[in-house]
Design a protein around this ligand. Structure first.
Ligand SMILES: NC(=O)c1ccc[n+]([C@@H]2O[C@H](COP(=O)([O-])OP(=O)(O)OC[C@H]3O[C@@H](n4cnc5c(N)ncnc54)[C@H](O)[C@@H]3O)[C@@H](O)[C@H]2O)c1
Length: 305
C-alpha cells in the first residue's frame, strides 16, 4: 500500500517535516504545497536530490492540491509573516486566514484522511481546521504539547543526568503560555521524579519555566524552531500510517470542555482512537481548566471577527 502524505506550508517547519519523513523512509509520496510556488518547488527539488542517498525511495510532488485526494495524512504547517512573538496566540489573525483559505481547497480535492495541525496557536487553529473541514473531530488533531513534552524530557533528563528517553510523563494543556508540566505523571525509570529527587533541592517552577520558555529561547537565537517539532510530527505521521495505537500528547478534542487541548491520546490509522486523561492532582486539574479557558477565549475572539 502506498503511503501518501501532504504538507501545506513549505517553510522551516513543513520542509523539516518532509526532510524527517524522507530520511527515515516513513512514507512513499509527499505532496508539498505553499502559496510561494518557487519555495515549494525548490524545497521539493532539494528533497528529490536525496533520492540516491537514502535507504528508501520517497517521491516528492510540488504544489498540486488535486494530488491530496488520496493522501492518508495531511500536515498543516502554514505560518505568519513574522515568527518572532513570545505568545503564540499573536499569530492567530494571520494563521486563521491562511487555514480558512487552504482547508476548503483540501476538501475540494476529495481528501478524506487524517489532518495533523502544527500551525500556531496550535489548539485554536486545530479547532478552526476541524470546523472548516467538516471532518470528524477524531480525524483532526494538533501536535499540541508533543514538543513541550519532548522539551520537558530533555530538561528533566539533563537535570537528573538521565537519557531523556528514560523520562516518561506529559506536558498538558495549551501549546502556549498557560501550558503546565503534569509533574504527577513524570517518572524516571518508573520512579516518580519527586521521589527520585529525595533530599535534593529542586526548583520545579524553574524547570516548568525552562520547558515553557524553551521555544522562545530558540526563536531569539535562530529566528524559528523546527527540528523538534518536525521530528515529533514525523512520529505522529508514522503513528497514523502504521495504525500504531501509540500514546502521544497531542491537541485532541475534549468533549467535556468542548475544546481542542493538549492531552495524551491513542493514535491509529483514523486519527484519535481515544483520549487518556491521566489522574491529575487538584492543582494540575485547575491548570488544565485554566488552559481550556485561554483556548476558548481565543476562539471566542475569533468568532467575533
Ligand atoms: N506546534 C508547534 O509545536 C510548533 C513549533 C514550531 C513552529 N510552529 C508553527 O508552525 C508554523 C510554521 O512555522 P515556520 O517556521 O515553518 O514558518 P515559515 O515562515 O518558515 O513558513 C511558513 C510557510 O507557510 C506558507 N504559507 C502561509 N500562508 C499560506 C497559505 N495560505 N497557503 C499556503 N502556504 C502558506 C508561507 O509561504 C511559508 O512558506 C508557525 O505557525 C509556527 O508558529 C509550531
Amino acid at each position: 500500500m502506498t503511503r501518501k502524505v501532504g504538507i501545506i506550508g513549505a517553510g522551516h517547519v513543513g520542509a523539516d517535516v518532509a526532510f524527517s519523513l524522507v530520511t527515515q523512509g516513513l512514507c512513499d509520496i509527499i505532496v508539498l504545497l505553499d502559496e510561494n510556488e518557487k519555495k515549494a518547488v525548490s524545497q521539493s527539488l532539494e528533497l528529490r536530490d536525496m533520492a540516491s542517498l537514502t535507504a528508501s525511495r520517497v517521491q516528492v510532488i510540488a504544489n498540486d492540491y488535486s494530488e491530496l485526494h488520496d493522501a492518508d495524512v495531511l500536515v498543516i504547517a502554514v505560518g505568519p509573516k513574522t515568527l518572532l512573538r513570545e505568545d503564540r496566540l499573536e499569530e492567530l489573525a494571520e494563521t486563521r486566514a491562511a487555514v480558512r483559505e487552504v482547508i476548503p481547497r483540501v476538501i475540494a480535492s476529495g481528501f478524506g484522511g487524517v489532518i495533523i495541525n502544527i500551525t500556531n496557536p496550535c489548539d485554536v487553529i486545530t479547532q478552526i481546521i476541524q470546523q472548516t473541514s467538516g471532518l470528524p473531530d477524531s480525524q483532526v488533531f494538533g501536535t499540541g504539547t508533543s514538543l513541550d513534552t519532548a522539551r520537558m524530557k530533555r530538561v528533566v533528563g539533563e537535570f537528573f543526568g538521565f537519557d531523556p528517553k528514560s523520562v516518561t510523563g506529559y506536558v498538558m494543556g495549551e501549546h502556549g503560555e498557560s501550558q503546565f508540566v503534569a509533574w504527577s505523571t513524570v517518572t524516571l525509570g518508573g520512579r516518580p521524579v519527586a521521589e527520585l529527587a529525595g533530599d535534593r533541592e529542586v526548583d520545579w517552577a524553574k524547570m516548568d519555566d525552562a520547558v515553557r520558555g524553551g521555544g522562545w529561547e530558540i526563536l531569539q537565537g535562530k529566528g524559528w524552531t523546527s527540528f523538534g517539532i518536525a521530528t515529533a510530527s514525523a512520529r505522529l505521521v508514522d503513528a497514523v500510517l502504521s495504525n500504531a495505537q501509540s500514546v502521544y500528547p497531542v491537541s485532541a478534542w475534549d468533549d467535556e470542555l468542548s475544546v481542542y487541548i493538549g492531552q495524551p491520546a491513542v493514535i491509529g490509522k483514523n486519527g484519535i482512537v481515544q483520549t487518556l486523561q491521566p489522574e491529575l492532582t487538584a492543582y494540575e486539574g485547575v491548570a488544565y481548566h485554566a488552559c481550556a479557558r485561554v483556548i476558548t477565549a481565543a476562539l471566542k475572539s475569533e468568532h467575533e471577527k
